[in-house]
Design a protein around this ligand. Structure first.
Ligand code: 5GP
Length: 120
């Protein structure tokens, strides 16, 4: 398992050292708009705990953290008004998944057709 880097950009956002455009916060997650949005709605949801990736989170987070995170993602999408029309969740994971920031996050993408799933 890759070790958690406490200086990654999302850890610094969580500590308030770097600003973000916050859309939701609760005991388990912080959610904010992506700095480089790829869709009309592009929100990043991150757990408050120190998890590198989906691999780390799914293996090591508590049931409460996993439930809190999953509930929050759905709540944020509904609050953004994109649930009924539809949206896509992406969790880029480690090197082959194209993950750039090593703090687990889910991208919520929507606000219109998101396009083909993945191309090679
Ligand atoms: P990844 O490739 O790791 O799944 O995605 C990382 C995402 O974080 C990218 O979509 C990138 O635009 C976003 N990002 C990187 N740095 C910042 C930042 O400082 N603030 C915000 N709001 N988003 C960031």
């Amino acid at each position: 398992m890759i070790a958690y880097d406490r200086d990654n950009i999302f850890a610094r956002i969580l500590r308030g050292e770097i600003p973000c455009d916050k859309v939701h916060e609760d005991d388990f997650v912080l959610a904010f708009n992506d700095i480089n949005p790829r869709c009309p709605v592009h929100v990043l949801v991150i757990p408050k705990g120190e998890y590198v990736s989906h691999d780390d989170f799914s293996a090591n987070a508590s049931d409460a953290e996993i439930a809190g995170f999953t509930r929050a993602v759905g709540r944020i999408a509904r609050a953004a008004g994109i649930a009924e029309g539809g949206y896509r969740l992406i969790a880029n994971t480690n090197a082959n998944g194209g993950q750039e920031v090593p703090h687990y996050h889910v991208h919520i993408l929507g606000g219109g057709p998101v396009g083909p799933m993945v191309c090679r």
